[in-house]
Structures are given as structure tokens and as C-alpha cells.
Ligand binder design. Structure first.
Ligand SMILES: Nc1ncnc2c1ncn2[C@@H]1O[C@H](COP(=O)(O)OP(=O)(O)O)[C@@H](O)[C@H]1O
Ligand SMILES: [Mg+2]
Length: 419
């Protein structure tokens, strides 16, 4: 390896409701990268799906006006190379006229630090693009990302592995459309109110509601179908305690973080988008006590009220950390994830709720108290990504025989089709 700093493509934005949250997570990471070893190259996916690079994209203030930001940034196309890296090439078609006076900008990307949340950034699509373009990237693979994004499949896989999940019923939109009454009957036969209704592949509490009766259930399912064509209806856990655990590693080695207990605002039954990201007083709860954070700057997922480490017995903590590592392996994850659990406080029963394969703020606020500073967490993510890439490329991918050059193909055209 040369001693040049690695060019880390910090991928941010994205076509998903968590666009702004992604910007915060990714810029936090860009700021924490060790500049002696890494050069961050912003790779911004605008809300319409076009891609940009350029220095202004590294400054959070620039995102106040997204249109002005796009004017100041350079539109790019991703270009695969045969050398295990990507090139970002200025997109002349999309660029302003004056850009024609100089050669198009071209920038190398050695590893993609995926900071997108939700949608194509977290569901395996961008992971597939990185694999197709043969560039290392820092999250779970296509399969783990797609599985983790789908709340129905996630629960089925956990249940099959003996990891407890709440009872649930799932529908596709085509199943719901023609037989709503049957579907409502099915929910009421299998589950007891109160129920929680969720789009299967969203995040940030979007489209989620808790309901008490059939009429509200009907309306909540209709609403959830606005966001996804698959919906899950599940029993509400009451009284609820939520506990989250981050896991860092890959198939060979996986380490759990300390646990967090997120604290919802008083009146909400579910943690809302606002609870998660939109604290305006800049106050954060850390180590069980209120600690002031810097002003009212946006902090993404790191801004939510939480108790870290969660106030649980050593035995309970071990149980949750062990389960988190089992789930990380079961979902074939890599990099850093956050696994969210629910505890029914009346029975003490623990349930897997969901996995976030690109967690808000890369869960750095759980790794710092676990003895891993943010810069080191990013180091680990980059080295895991590069190792996985080397391993993928070390396996047989093509045969050195050109079947189309074989003699036996001669006359193929003339052959009669077999019936
Ligand atoms: N079965 C449930 N019982 C009670 N509350 C729930 C249940 N499922 C979800 N919630 C609440 O809704 C929030 C969001 O649900 P979650 O499944 O984590 O979806 P998202 O991907 O949107 O974060 C949870 O953090 C929790 O507060
Ligand atoms: Mg959640």
C-alpha cells in the first residue's frame, strides 16, 4: 500500500426521508476521520437522485439552502475502474456552461463510507452498486442490508433462530386491497389490542401508529400503505422499555457496545422523528446525567435524550449484548449496526425489535463510552470494508475459458431449436 492518504468517499444525503439526518451523520464522520491517513471526498446524493462532489459539501451550514449548494458543487458520474477503486468524473451534461473551459474534474475513491439512512442507501441498493463497481464499502452486504431493512423478514428470521419477537401479521398491498375485512379479522384473531402498525421498510417512526380498535386499525393500515406496499401489524409492548445495542465487526469478530436506553418525550407512545433528531436546546443525557453539549448545533441521532449505559443488571446487560452479537451474525452484518430491543416491563420479556444496518451518527456515542473513539471506529470500518473487498476478490469470479470461442459453438446459429 502506498503512503498516500486513502480517498474516503463520504456518501451522504440520499433519496429518503432521512436525507438531512444522513448529512449530519456523514459530516460528523468526515470531521472525525484522521486526516493523516484519510482524505474525505464528499459524495452527495441529492433528493432527486443526482450525485455531486466538492469542498462545499463538507460544511454543514451549506445545507441550509440545498439549491445553492447544488450550484456550488460539482455534478459527477461514478466510473468503475479495473483497479478496485472508483472514479468520480465531472458530469458535463449536468454542469454549468463555464465548466467547459477546463478539463473535467476527476477524483479517485478508494473506499465508500456509506452514511445514507433509509431507502436505497440502507436496503442493499447502494451496496449492490459498490459491489458491481468493485469498490470497498463500509456496511453490511446486499443481503444483510435488504434483510435488515425489512421488518417482516427480520422478525421471521429471528423467530426461526429462537430470538423472541412480538406476535405479528403482515400483508402486501394487493392482499389488503380486495379483502380488508378478512385482513382485519385475521389481525383481531391472531393479536390482542393495543396494536402497532408499521410500513415494513421505513425508518424514523414514519407511518407508524399505535391503535386500540378496529376502526383505528383500518385507518392506520391504510396510512402505512402510503409509505410501502408491505405492512406489519404487531402487538404493542406495554409497559415498554427500549434498549439499544451497537455491534461492530464482521463474520470473524463482532463486539457489542455499552447499552443505551432512549428516552421518549412524555406525551408520545412511540419515539418520533422529532424525538430522534430534532432537539433544539442542545441538551444531551449521557452517563445517566444531563450534560450540556455544544450550543444548538444539529447532532443527528446523537442529540436524542438517552441513558448510557442503560441502568440494567450485569446479567441483563450480558444477555442483551450476547443476543445482539447473535443477531449481527445471523443477518451476516459487517461494519457498525444498532440493534433495538423492547422489554415488557410487566413480565421482563425481552424482544428483538429492529436492526439498523447504518445507524444514526454511526452509533459513535455508544462506542466512545465503550472505549472506542470516533476516529478509531472509522478506522475499523474502513479496514473491515477493505478486508471484505479483498476476500470477495480472492474468490473465483469468472473462468478463464471463453465459452464463446469454443469450437462446439460453431454452427450454433444454424442449429434447429430443440423442442
Ligand atoms: N410493538 C411495539 N410496542 C410498543 N412500541 C413500539 C412497538 N414497535 C415500535 N414501537 C415504538 O415505535 C418506535 C419506532 O418503531 P421501530 O420499529 O423502531 O421503527 P423505525 O424503523 O421507524 O425506528 C419504537 O422506537 C418504539 O418506541
Ligand atoms: Mg427504531
Amino acid at each position: 500500500m502506498s503512503s498516500d492518504p486513502l480517498h474516503v468517499g463520504v456518501v451522504l444525503g440520499g433519496v429518503a426521508p432521512e436525507h438531512e439526518v444522513s448529512v449530519i451523520s456523514a459530516l460528523q464522520a468526515a470531521a472525525a476521520l484522521d486526516r493523516d491517513r484519510y482524505t474525505p471526498v464528499p459524495v452527495y446524493v441529492a433528493k432527486d437522485g443526482t450525485w455531486y462532489t466538492g469542498e462545499p459539501l463538507l460544511e454543514v451550514e451549506q445545507y441550509r439552502d440545498l439549491e445553492a449548494l447544488r450550484e456550488a458543487a460539482t455534478p459527477v458520474a461514478l466510473v468503475p475502474t479495473p483497479h478496485g477503486h472508483l472514479d468520480l468524473l465531472e458530469d458535463r451534461e449536468a454542469g454549468a456552461l463555464q465548466r467547459f473551459k477546463r478539463p473535467p474534474l476527476q477524483t479517485r475513491i478508494d473506499v465508500m463510507l456509506l452514511g445514507l439512512h433509509g431507502g436505497p442507501g440502507e436496503n442493499g441498493s447502494i451496496q449492490g452498486l459498490c459491489e458491481t463497481f468493485d469498490v470497498p464499502y463500509t456496511s453490511a452486504g446486499v443481503f444483510g442490508s435488504a434483510l435488515g431493512m425489512d421488518k417482516v423478514m427480520s422478525k421471521r428470521v429471528c423467530r426461526e433462530a429462537g430470538i423472541p419477537v412480538v406476535d405479528f401479521v403482515a400483508f402486501r398491498e394487493n392482499e389488503w386491497g380486495y379483502r380488508e375485512e378478512d385482513a382485519l379479522d385475521q389481525c383481531e384473531a391472531a393479536l390482542d389490542y393495543p396494536l402497532v402498525v408499521k410500513p415494513a421498510r421505513c425508518g424514523s417512526s414514519i407511518g407508524i401508529s399505535q391503535v386500540e380498535g378496529r376502526e383505528a386499525l383500518d385507518a392506520a393500515i391504510e396510512d402505512a400503505f402510503r409509505y410501502d406496499d408491505k405492512v406489519v401489524v404487531e402487538e404493542a409492548v406495554e409497559p415498554l422499555r427500549e434498549i439499544n445495542c451497537s455491534v461492530l465487526g464482521d463474520a470473524q469478530e463482532a463486539t457489542p457496545s455499552v447499552l443505551e436506553e432512549p428516552v421518549p418525550s412524555d406525551e408520545d407512545e412511540v419515539l418520533t422523528f422529532r424525538d430522534k433528531y430534532m432537539r433544539e436546546d442542545g441538551e444531551a443525557v449521557k452517563d445517566g446525567s444531563a450534560a450540556k453539549s455544544a450550543g444548538s448545533s444539529p447532532e443527528g441521532m446523537a442529540a436524542q435524550d438517552r441513558i448510557v449505559p442503560a441502568d440494567l443488571s450485569g446479567k441483563r446487560t450480558d444477555e442483551i449484548q450476547d443476543m445482539a452479537v447473535r443477531i449481527f451474525r445471523l443477518f451476516e452484518c459487517a461494519g457498525v449496526v444498532r440493534i433495538d430491543f423492547m422489554i415488557d416491563e410487566s413480565t421482563g420479556q425481552l424482544y428483538f425489535n429492529e436492526i439498523n444496518t447504518i445507524p444514526g451518527s454511526f452509533s459513535f456515542y455508544l462506542w466512545e463510552p465503550s472505549g472506542v473513539p470516533f476516529g478509531e471506529l472509522l478506522d475499523r470500518l474502513v479496514s473491515i470494508a477493505r478486508r471484505r473487498h479483498r476476500e470477495r476478490n480472492g474468490r473465483v469470479q469468472t473462468y478463464d475459458v471463453n465459452l464463446l470461442a469454443e469450437k462446439s459453438l460453431q454452427g450454433f446459429k444454424a442449429e434447429e431449436p430443440t423442442q
